[in-house]
Design a binder for this molecule. Structure first.
Ligand code: HEC
Ligand code: HEC
Ligand code: HEC
Ligand code: HEC
Ligand code: HEC
Ligand code: HEC
Ligand code: HEC
Ligand code: HEC
Ligand code: HEC
Ligand code: HEC
Length: 336
């Protein structure tokens, strides 16, 4: 061995030793290691010739991650136009690229025999084991899914928070929990725990029973509204179901026109009717009751005989029943 060879191999060995130490100590994340390789592979586009058969030789139901259930989904169906498993002769890539439509080109990942000590070349992975930035992962999905349903994805809070499609979607499962009524809330509240807590409060939308699910009010892929509401405003979202409160009213109550969430907590509250506070405090947040007949009178001021209607202390709603607005000709002061 010449001296030149030795000086070359020494740093390489050192690097390998350092890498092994780091990974043994759990100090490297897969992402840090694999990202450049994955990006290079996507550029090179070295796809396998035999498609899924190549992969299944190593990744089947016996492996640590059973892969074959993907054939029970639309993605694994040859008759679905544009799907990864569309018949190759009819498909326009990435359709027809099979497993590699999502996982990217195999490159040297599938080498049956590796040189001693060599690491298997990585292939793009998603979800908990994701080994590339969410942007790269999502890019693969969006080559096929950048349609009107995802029009608001870019710039949405979920995209900006670095969520990957695979944080919500289970691709290899015959049923994807996030798209079922029964399990969606569980997926969403795995991150948004306080919403699960709100749904357990005394007054709530029927979310515990999954009669109403997150998707009824939110579009997880982004929306024109704030807080990912399905419609552009909170009010339009609420009024989609509570249409009787839409108005227009002869006698309007401005906060109800402005934003239902001024008075209601959409996920649940310990006050009746999802209220953020109880009347009269709720109302008194905006209205002064000085001099108003809602102020209880001291005993000395009470007239003899049955109590007058004006003594129903503080209970604004006993008189002002139509807090959302009234169409009664004499509905001024929201009283009928
Ligand atoms: C439509 C996209 C898509 C297709 C097609 C697809 N996968 Fe996946 N694959 C994923 C996603 C997303 C995950 C992450 C886990 C999940 O969501 O279920 C994954 C996870 C995996 C894993 C687990 C890696 C690990 O240990 O974390 C393996 C192995 C795998 N896929 C192999 C395959 C094979 C083999 C095929 C073809 C038969 C295939 N995939 C087809 C999207 C896809
Ligand atoms: C020769 C066997 C072999 C073949 C062929 C093979 N893999 Fe792998 N694959 C592995 C092994 C082993 C791992 C475990 C990780 C390691 O050892 O680096 C793995 C890991 C993975 C992972 C997890 C991410 C990673 O890089 O660690 C995914 C996803 C994956 N393979 C998908 C595929 C797909 C898709 C194909 C076909 C295009 C394929 N594999 C072909 C052996 C193989
Ligand atoms: C090669 C194109 C292609 C790729 C890549 C792809 N999909 Fe799909 N996907 C489809 C087609 C085609 C359908 C069926 C028609 C539709 O719903 O748009 C589909 C359907 C879906 C559905 C609905 C499933 C159903 O049962 O209706 C989800 C969710 C989905 N894809 C998520 C993903 C995610 C997440 C990724 C990335 C990991 C991904 N897809 C990658 C083509 C693709
Ligand atoms: C925060 C969770 C979440 C994330 C992140 C997410 N989705 Fe979804 N996705 C859902 C839910 C919930 C549904 C069910 C929507 C419905 O019932 O209309 C859905 C439905 C779908 C569907 C089928 C119906 C449709 O809209 O076409 C596709 C395809 C899809 N998602 C693709 C994607 C892709 C691609 C990404 C990444 C860019 C992504 N999703 C990210 C939660 C998510
Ligand atoms: C009845 C409609 C409705 C349902 C059902 C609903 N939300 Fe909301 N959600 C809203 C509205 C409206 C807002 C905005 C409230 C505001 O402006 O204060 C919101 C706000 C949010 C926020 C941001 C504010 C906060 O409280 O952190 C998150 C996160 C959220 N919802 C998650 C969820 C999840 C997860 C589910 C399902 C378990 C769900 N929502 C079900 C209507 C709903
Ligand atoms: C992997 C974790 C994760 C999952 C799963 C997830 N989210 Fe989120 N979501 C976030 C993050 C992070 C944000 C950014 C704002 C924050 O920190 O609350 C966010 C923001 C939101 C907001 C807007 C908050 C605002 O103030 O604008 C809503 C609404 C929301 N998510 C609903 C959902 C729904 C509905 C689902 C299920 C379909 C879901 N999320 C699943 C992590 C997640
Ligand atoms: C997808 C339909 C749907 C949407 C959207 C919706 N709701 Fe509801 N709402 C319901 C259902 C169903 C009930 C339960 C009715 C029942 O129990 O009779 C309900 C009940 C209520 C109640 C009465 C709760 C009680 O304890 O009496 C209030 C208040 C309410 N919703 C406010 C809102 C507000 C505010 C919004 C917007 C943030 C909204 N709703 C959006 C379906 C919806
Ligand atoms: C100024 C505060 C306030 C605003 C704003 C408001 N509400 Fe209410 N809402 C109430 C009060 C107070 C009750 C309880 C009424 C009762 O107990 O008689 C109520 C009750 C309800 C109920 C239960 C059924 C009913 O009619 O009594 C629904 C549904 C409802 N509100 C929906 C909405 C919607 C949708 C919006 C937005 C368009 C909205 N609210 C805006 C104060 C408000
Ligand atoms: C977010 C502030 C806000 C809250 C909370 C609020 N209101 Fe109002 N309310 C207003 C405004 C603004 C007006 C319009 C005042 C005007 O036209 O001079 C108004 C008007 C009224 C009127 C008089 C209508 C008229 O014709 O002059 C009544 C009665 C009323 N509110 C009752 C209530 C009751 C009862 C509650 C509690 C359930 C309540 N308000 C909660 C802001 C609020
Ligand atoms: C006993 C019935 C009654 C109760 C209880 C009541 N109000 Fe009134 N309120 C009225 C009547 C009647 C008017 C019509 C104006 C008048 O005659 O002074 C009125 C008028 C109003 C107005 C219009 C502005 C004004 O002061 O003239 C507001 C705002 C108002 N009430 C808010 C409230 C609030 C907030 C509560 C609870 C703290 C409440 N009311 C409780 C009967 C009641």
């Amino acid at each position: 061995m010449s001296s030149v060879d030795r000086t070359r191999s020494f740093p390489a060995q050192l690097l390998l030793a350092v890498l092994l130490l780091l990974s043994a100590a759990g100090l490297t994340r897969a992402t840090d290691d694999a990202q450049p390789d994955i990006e290079r592979k996507l550029e090179e586009g070295d796809y396998s010739r035999r498609g899924a058969d190549t992969c299944i030789a190593c990744h089947d139901e016996e492996g640590p991650f059973p892969t074959l259930e993907v054939f029970r989904t639309v993605h694994g169906h040859p008759a679905v136009p544009g799907s990864p498993f569309e018949m190759r002769s009819a498909a326009t890539p990435p359709a027809g690229l099979q497993c590699e439509a999502c996982h990217g080109p195999i490159g040297r990942h599938g080498r049956p025999i590796l040189a001693e000590g060599a690491l298997r070349e990585p292939v793009l992975n998603f979800g908990a084991g994701g080994n590339a930035d969410p942007e790269v992962q999502n890019g693969l999905c969006l080559t096929c899914h950048a349609n009107h349903e995802r029009a608001h994805w870019t710039g949405s809070v979920h995209e900006e928070a670095g969520l990957a499609c695979a944080d919500c979607h289970r691709i290899h499962a015959a049923t994807d929990p996030v798209r079922t009524k029964a399990a969606q809330a569980q997926v969403c509240t795995s991150c948004h725990r306080h919403v699960a807590a709100d749904a357990l409060k005394r007054s709530s939308h029927p979310m515990r029973e999954n009669q109403l699910i997150c998707r009824d009010c939110h579009d997880p892929h982004g929306s024109a509204g704030e807080a990912l509401t399905v419609d552009a405003t909170t009010n339009d979202t609420c009024l989609g179901c509570h249409a009787e409160l839409r108005g227009p009213f002869l006698w309007e109550h401005p906060p109800a026109v402005e934003d239902c969430a001024i008075c209601h907590a959409p996920h649940g509250s310990n006050q009746p009717a999802l209220l953020v506070r109880r009347a009269p405090q709720l109302c008194q947040g905006c209205h002064s009751s000085a001099g108003h007949r809602s102020i209880p009178q001291v005993a000395a001021q009470l007239p003899p005989g049955p109590a007058s209607e004006f003594l129903i202390a503080q209970a604004c709603l006993n008189c002002h029943t139509e807090v959302h607005g009234s169409n009664h000709p004499s509905g001024g002061y929201l009283r009928r």
